[in-house]
Ligand binder design. Structure first.
Ligand code: NFS
Ligand code: SF4
Length: 639
């Protein structure tokens, strides 16, 4: 097979990341299959599914609608059309995504509650300032009270948001008044987080809501309950418990794994577990034990959003993003991969079985084939984390040196740009950023986020859209697996400003910040919402008036569907890199990619080519700039 002399064409076509190339060659050598191989084996993927045209919502089905002009059924057994089926399927994806983010938020609220009651082991309230700020929003009394007393009321108030019947969800009040009024007028202001998700399940039950537009509106409402509800609660209360992120340096990619140390990888999403694992690995008793077994120490690294959580708060290096999870184990150098919830391949147990690696599941909600289950509960958080770490350390002696194959590649990065950190970097207020936007030095802001997906060459979509945007003076904020791609490619460094256009370069150099700002995990997209609301409020406009846009170049998860929905409902134009399963309904497609603009002031575009996607974003930003009466770069006007 052709290639570059070192790697086959097949390997090169799967990723642009050199560490991933090295590991793909290694797994081929070992005969281990990965998501890429299973993706190939899945071809051709079901055409009905791709178009969103199959329905299993009742037992008269399954039904599928023929997308072709003449032949095949045009209605399900109950009479549901393509529009109804596609809309219902889309809504159920939103429900699942919103549920995942929100349940994460609920778990953090639970941890805060236990911590405030003194029932959690190892946790403390680390950011009192943030606690007070959030308490104020909830109307919780602060004066003459201990932080535990305040936290108890805040936790209860946040907990209450999930089961609320009538709303409002407090954090929606951060949105500009115009936006709030629009949601109210459209009937999509969320009432309670769980309520909106349950209502999707009800409405998509056989024979309930059979109007595609009415269905989509409920999808938007549930997604808003995620973005301005569940996700925002997850972010804010995580900051209260574990500290609001501040800029710090780290390294990223599989090369962060250490040959002579016990390697523990935390993978999944909720910082409740990973924070305790990090703490337990610093326990002298554990370090001693590691040395006893001949290791130099204990190295923790992260994958997926749990990786982002500990990266931005502790500088724990990420070993990689979503599609690298199997490859990390295949290095043969991982004593334990500790997982909680979301984005964890059920295939991991099989890969771990080829090595000495222990896959340790921890959540009562998430068990995996081939995993050792050590159930995590905050009441004994620290002790359980120590048991997990001990299990990993004791596994070091079973490592087979001949099987260890760690790629060299890693890159430095600067991470941890919470809204608070950005404001601090700006010298205490958003004004310098607003001025830079007004002058055109910063043309606009793009939030580039989301997963990997074997449908797109790994990291190709992420890196190219990022480079293209900064070149055109668009400041980028990033979360999730895009953030890790950016870290691996060196784009999260202040020096990366050299790749930016002159305007953005100048701003970054003056402030000492990277042109791509790491804002955290996927629930932290709520930080981007908070920032956009603050900017809109400062300018006295709606979010939909701002020169901002969103992109998810390689998205795959249902959470990403919910994110896309709330970002657009919040008034932010969003470009998707992989095609959503809605094209079977011309109506739903039209609503999402056209009509939405006149309803919520923003819409989706679908563009797999990252260069074209960046061009769409720049075009959109310039349109918004000109509507605000801000100067528009001439090159683009001419082009
Ligand atoms: Ni986000 Fe995080 Fe990555 Fe995608 Fe999964 S880790 S919550 S869903 S794959 S960005
Ligand atoms: Fe078929 Fe209608 Fe049942 Fe869906 S709800 S499976 S379209 S009969």
């Amino acid at each position: 097979m052709k290639g570059n002399g070192k790697y086959s064409e097949k390997i090169l076509s799967r990723s642009i990341d050199p560490a991933t190339h090295a590991m793909l060659a290694r797994v081929d050598e070992l005969g281990i299959s990965t998501a890429w191989d299973r993706f190939d084996a899945m071809q051709p993927q079901c055409g009905f599914g791709e178009l969103g045209l199959c329905c299993r919502n009742c037992h008269m089905g399954p039904c599928r609608i023929s997308p072709f002009e003449e032949e095949g059924p045009k209605e399900g057994v109950c009479g549901a059309t393509a529009d109804i089926i596609v809309a219902r399927n889309l809504l159920r994806m939103i429900a699942a995504g919103a549920a995942a983010h929100s349940d994460h938020g609920r778990d953090i609220a639970h941890t805060l509650l236990l911590t405030a009651q003194g029932k959690a082991s190892g946790y403390q309230i680390k950011d009192e300032e943030k606690l007070k700020a959030v308490a104020k929003e909830y109307g919780v009394k602060i004066k003459d009270r201990t932080k535990e007393e305040i936290a108890l009321d805040v936790a209860k108030a946040a907990y209450g948001e999930f089961g609320k019947q009538e709303g409002p969800i407090q954090f929606t009040r951060r949105a500009p008044e115009k936006r709030l009024a629009l949601w109210q007028q459209l009937g999509i202001e969320p009432r309670g987080i769980d309520r909106e998700i349950v209502e999707i399940m009800h409405r998509t039950h056989m024979g309930v809501d059979n109007d595609a537009v009415n269905l989509i509106l409920q999808g938007l409402r549930a997604s808003l309950a995620d973005g301005w509800g569940g996700s925002m609660i997850a972010t804010e209360l995580s900051d209260v418990l574990f500290g609001t992120p501040t800029p710090k340096k780290s390294e990223a990619n599989l090369g962060v794994l250490k040959k002579d140390m016990v390697n523990i990888i935390v993978h999944g999403h909720e910082p409740v577990l990973s924070e305790m694992i990090v703490a337990a690995t610093q326990d002298p008793e554990m370090i001693e034990l590691a040395k006893k077994y001949g290791a130099k120490g204990i190295q923790v690294s992260g994958i997926c959003c749990t990786g982002n959580e500990v990266l931005m708060r502790h500088g724990i290096p990420p070993a990689g993003n979503f599609l690298q999870q199997e490859l990390a184990i295949a290095t043969g150098a991982v004593e334990a991969m500790v997982v909680d919830v979301q984005c964890i391949f059920p295939a991991l147990g099989t890969v771990a079985g080829c090595f000495h690696t222990k896959l340790i599941s921890t959540s009562p909600k998430a068990k995996f084939p081939g995993a050792t289950h050590i159930e995590f509960h905050e009441e004994h958080g620290y002790e359980i984390a120590k048991e997990i770490v001990r299990t990993a350390v004791e596994n070091y002696r079973f490592r087979k040196p001949g099987m260890v194959h760690i790629p060299d590649e890693k890159s430095e990065c600067m991470v941890g740009f919470s809204v608070e950190a950005i404001v601090a970097a700006l010298g205490g207020s958003l004004n310098p950023l607003l001025d830079a936007i007004k002058s055109g030095a910063v043309r606009g802001i793009a939030g580039v986020v989301g997963c990997n997906n074997p449908k797109i060459q790994h990291d190709y979509g992420h890196i190219n859209i990022l480079k293209e945007l900064i070149k055109q003076n668009v400041l980028v904020v990033t979360t999730g697996c895009n953030a890790m791609a950016a870290a691996k490619a060196g784009l999260l460094l202040p020096e990366a400003a050299d790749l930016a256009g002159d305007g953005l370069k100048g701003v970054c150099k003056a402030l000492g910040i990277p042109p791509v700002l790491h804002m955290g995990s996927c629930v932290d997209i709520s930080r981007i919402l908070t920032a956009c609301a603050a900017i809109a409020n400062a300018l006295g406009v709606d979010i939909s008036d701002l020169p901002v846009a969103g992109a998810a170049p390689e998205w795959m998860s249902e959470k990403a569907v919910s994110i896309g929905a709330y970002v657009v409902s919040s008034g932010i134009f969003t470009v998707l890199g992989t095609v959503p399963q809605v094209l079977g309904s011309p109506l739903v497609t039209q609503v999402l990619t056209q009509t939405a603009e006149s309803v919520v002031g923003a819409m989706f575009a679908v563009e797999p080519d990252p260069f074209k996607a960046a061009a769409l974003i720049v075009q959109h930003i310039d349109k918004k700039r000109s509507a605000l009466g801000l100067p528009v770069p001439e090159a683009v006007l001419a082009g």
